[in-house]
Design a protein around this ligand. Sequence first.
Ligand code: NAG
Ligand code: NAG
Ligand code: NAG
Length: 605
Amino acid sequence: MKQLKLTGFVIFWFFLTESLTLSTKPQDVDDVSITQKFIEENVGYITIIVFAQYIQEASFEEVEMLVKTMTEYRDKCLADTTLPECSKLANYVLLENICALEGLPQKHNFSHCCSKVDLEEKRLCFFHNKKADVGFLPPLPTLDPEEKCQTYKNNRESFLNNYIYEVSRRNPFVFAPTLLTVAARFEEITKTCCEEQDKANCFRTKAEPVIQYLKASSSFQKNVCGALIKFGLPVLESINVAILSQKFPKIEFKELISLLEDVSSKYDGCCEGDAVQCIRSRSKVMSHICLKQDSISSKIKECCEKKIPERGECIISSNKDDRPKDLSLREAKFTESENVCEERDANQTSFMAEFLYEYSRRHPELSTPELLRIAGVYDDLLKECCHTENPPDCYRHAEHKFNETTEKSLKIVQQECERSQNLGKDDLKYYYLIKLTKMAPQLSTEELTFLGKEMVTALTTCCTLSEEFACVDNLVDLVLGELCGINENRNINPGVDHCCKTNFAFRRPCFEGLEADKAYVPPATSQGLFTFHTDLCQAHDEELQRKKDRFLVNLVKLKPELPDEELQSLLTDFTNVVVKCCQEEGPEACFSEEGPKVAAKSQAA
Ligand SMILES: *[C@@H]1O[C@H](CO)[C@@H](O)[C@H](O)[C@H]1NC(C)=O
Ligand SMILES: *[C@@H]1O[C@H](CO)[C@@H](O)[C@H](O)[C@H]1NC(C)=O
Ligand SMILES: *[C@@H]1O[C@H](CO)[C@@H](O)[C@H](O)[C@H]1NC(C)=O
């Protein structure tokens, strides 16, 4: 956890002086004060995000109380910055005020965090209080569109506050700038749709891309933070080198390294949920990029004209820049030069970073994990070669090894995409539900069905795209990141733990080779799995599908040793029983006759 520390310089809520002295360029100064103003103006939203992400159980009324306190604090400090309480760290002030809310630490069970004196420990305690599995919260409330528009018109502030609150507590790891962007888009949609005749339809179609965007950002951010927490700064930096070099192939290595420092330090605050630090360091990265855009990318001009927080979100989702024309397809320096080992010995970190940079900017078609795998293969090869008598002879075949690695990964993706095309959505989902449940039967049924659906989404989104490989490999890796967890050591079972913790880049091949958990002991009784009721007849489409998914997962948990075909066949039996019995006059009698038959078949199998 060492890496989740404040990064050298201290940032105060309302003191600009320190940050100002750090920058000398006028545009930087502008950016710093614009960011400052943004933070001051958005104290309410920021407070809601931090509180609702840390204490997801808190009610909206409780959150509003804290907003009031923080707004007063801001006004007081803006009026007189010399007050002693105004020179405290933003996140500290927030946490102090959360702890000072009467009765709340006991009510929501976080007093142990409040009793920590050390600020760092306190932050970490709150961070560990975040729950990735939000099954304990009701689904996002859906208001009638007319009602929504009326509420917005009557009380814009409270309406938006409530929206940010509901979204934040259900997405406890999403970075604050992303949530603020989502909220801004939601307000635009509300404004537009409330003018329309068919409001419901307008909300539905316009909200969909925003929801997708939130989901994708959340998934990515969780994965990177999980990597930082499990593997530390070096892995975070490699991820960033690969991503930045692919996105900005024109950038020079020196420039990349200077950018990398800013980018990597951004994750400290963002991952841990320190919204103010996150907004500030994000803004610093984006100023850096926009200031030097001529030497970084030709694709971000429009983004750089936007304001916070859209500017950052826009740059992050912008397209990869074109490869410079004079960039050769191969970089001979790393495989053909005589003195590779000497250069590596001079500074291994920087040498490996440069290799990853050169390889990534030449290979926009590869996924992030694949680029890291290749860097891993190269590192292993040099470790071996630099000890031989004739190193150049040994590492001359490096490129061949890189190709081999990629071909292996390509093959896996091709198989996955073929399966996806052959099976169709439902059967594909059943395939992954069985596979995931056998692998990690300890997980909750909710989580397993969620992960299974995510796998299907990844494949149906990516297969047949021109960037099929990178798309599948990136997205499936995100699902595994979700499975491995973000802020906790999950201890699911030794096999899964091993794949989650051993090597970030090779997580996917590791899971690929993972078999059913042999040490798992299934429940002794069927726990009512084969006792069916008439509620199955009332359930329609989506709800019935959900019940089928749950039946299958629970069946695998009960009978993990059955082959996939038997499990699938029992699911078909279940579906047939539902169809048959629901057509009868007395479904209950039919169910009590048919249920035991399915149970008996599962026993015999
Ligand atoms: C409260 O938190 C403690 C410490 O995290 C935990 O051990 C305990 O089970 C929690 N109690 C409830 C009711 O959630
Ligand atoms: C190696 O290079 C990195 C990045 O350029 C630098 O931060 C680090 O201090 C260097 N290490 C040594 C031992 O020179
Ligand atoms: C590796 O693959 C690339 C692209 O497919 C190809 O151009 C190159 O010749 C291959 N190199 C070796 C050594 O197989």
